[in-house]
Ligand binder design. Sequence first.
Ligand code: ZN
Length: 203
Amino acid sequence: MKIICIGRNYLAHIRELDNDLPTEPMFFMKPETALLSAGEAFPYPDFSNEIHYETELVLRICKLGKAIDEKMASEYYDAITVGIDFTARDLQSQCKAKGHPWEMAKSFDYSAPIGEFKKISELRNPADIAFGMKLNGEWVQQGHSRDMIFSFDRIIAYVSRFVTLNEGDFIFTGTPQGVGEVHIGDNLELFLENEFVFGFKVK
Ligand code: ZN
C-alpha cells in the first residue's frame, strides 16, 4: 500500500506558511513504514529539532483506479479517519531552499499516525466533515472539509492521472491552519465530528 499526501489545501494554512496559492493539487508520498501502530508513542527523531504536527482527514481507497473521472471519484473511497502528517519543518526548509525533494522531511518512519477508519456513509455530515486535534488537552487545530481548496473528488481525479490507486491506499487531504511543534512528553488526541478517534504520546 501507499500513502499519498496533499499539500496546501486550506487557504489559512497556506497563508501561515507564506506559500503560493495552488492552481492544481500538489502531492507527495510516504511509505508504509510511516505508519505508527495503535497504542505506540511517536519517537521524536534524532535528525530534526523542529517536528510539526499537521492534522488531516485521511481517505481510504476501496477499489483500483487509474485516470479516474472526477464525477465517478466518490466510488473510489469509502472510509475516512484523522491522522497526523508529521513534518520535520527544519529539514523541509532546507530542502525547499536547495530545491531538493521533501522525502527526508515528510516520509520518515512513524510520520503518519492514523486512527481507525469510519464509513463515510455513517458520518453525520459527510458534506462538511469536522475534525481536529488537542495538544496536551487544548484545541490547536480544528478544520472543516468544506474549507478545502480541492475536494476529495478533485484530489482522486488528479492524483490518479499520475499514480494508479489501489484498494487500501491512504490519502492525506491537507491540513488547516494551526500547525505547530511537538515536544517529547506531549499528548495528542484526534477527533472526527467531535468524537475522540485516537491519541498517542511523543517520546
Ligand atoms: Zn500535510
